[in-house]
Design a protein around this ligand. Structure first.
Ligand SMILES: NC(=O)c1ccc[n+]([C@@H]2O[C@H](COP(=O)([O-])OP(=O)(O)OC[C@H]3O[C@@H](n4cnc5c(N)ncnc54)[C@H](OP(=O)(O)O)[C@@H]3O)[C@@H](O)[C@H]2O)c1
Length: 251
């Protein structure tokens, strides 16, 4: 049984542990935030290491879900074994920066939405396509590996897109509630619509422009809504926001 150390037991770690249930990995948690570590260990049958260094020593591979601002400094304090696989999910920590602080170990970087991974439908991106981490991430959803780091970094903006999509969904659901829909009905309607449309993109072989054209009748209500959003700068604002995120994470 492969042993993975989870360094940093907060929100992401909790969600990944839910998705990893039954995947066959032995999971060892870092001890900081003893309350959460004990709760997650109890829920998911994990062990808790005595220290971060004890976790690194006990694990074949180390999954890093430490805070983005302080995680690199913590990694620099630890001693890794030559070739030991270390996967960081910390936003904005590039491969070179990670490799520099883990010395002889083998660095890889990833990004995932988090919550969807708990339900094993969260896509993960991975750079490089390390064979040790492919099956680990695949236990929580589809894995897309990138050889090219600049492509990986651009793709990693999807972490922000994913989080922001909850705000967008909440906004539209709130609008429907304001027009009298019961909250559960509004939530189900929007979620099922987006799930259905996502399935179209995944299953239909036609170019996206053709699909979009087929659903937006000229002069119809979809065209009206899209034109309003474009006129008010809402679509351009997505570009601006993603550009800002890309700059923050090192693109
Ligand atoms: N949340 C997501 O869905 C998501 C998705 C993709 C990527 N990420 C990335 O995952 C990382 C963690 O995010 P999060 O949302 O899970 O944050 P979080 O809830 O704040 O979790 C971070 C955890 O790390 C612990 N920690 C801090 N310093 C530590 C140290 N020196 N040694 C051991 N543990 C330490 C914190 O303990 P204390 O509570 O005691 O401070 C906390 O429990 C971030 O870098 C983020 O970019 C998050």
């Amino acid at each position: 049984m492969t042993t993975i150390g989870i360094l940093g037991v907060g929100h992401l770690a909790g969600l990944m542990l839910r998705g990893l249930a039954g995947s066959g990995y032995r999971l060892v948690l870092s001890p900081r935030n003893a309350e959460i570590a004990a709760q997650l260990a109890g829920e998911h049958g994990c062990e808790i290491a005595d220290s971060n260094q004890a976790l690194v020593d006990a694990a074949e591979g180390v999954f890093v879900s430490l805070p983005a601002a302080t995680g690199v400094a913590e990694l620099a304090r630890l001693a890794f074994r030559p070739g030991q696989p270390v996967l960081s999910a910390m936003a904005g920590t590039g491969l070179a920066k990670l490799q520099a602080v883990i010395g002889p170990a083998r660095a890889a970087v990833a990004m995932m939405p988090g919550y969807a991974n708990a339900f094993r439908v969260g896509p993960s991106i991975l750079h490089p396509g390390d064979g040790f981490w492919q099956p680990f991430l695949a236990a929580t959803g589809p894995v897309i590996a990138f050889d090219d780091e600049s492509q990986f970094t651009a793709a990693a903006t999807f972490g922000a897109f994913s989080g922001a999509s909850f705000g967008w969904m909440a906004h539209v659901i709130g609008w429907l509630e304001g027009r009298g829909l019961p909250p559960d009905t509004a939530r189900t309607l929007i979620a099922a619509t987006l799930r259905g449309n996502a399935e179209v993109l995944l299953r239909e072989d036609r170019p996206l422009g053709e699909i979009a054209g087929a659903v937006a009748t000229p002069g119809g209500i979809s065209e009206m809504l899209l034109a309003t959003l474009a006129d008010r700068g809402a679509l351009a604002a997505w570009d601006e926001g993603l550009d800002r995120v890309l700059k923050r994470i090192g693109g």
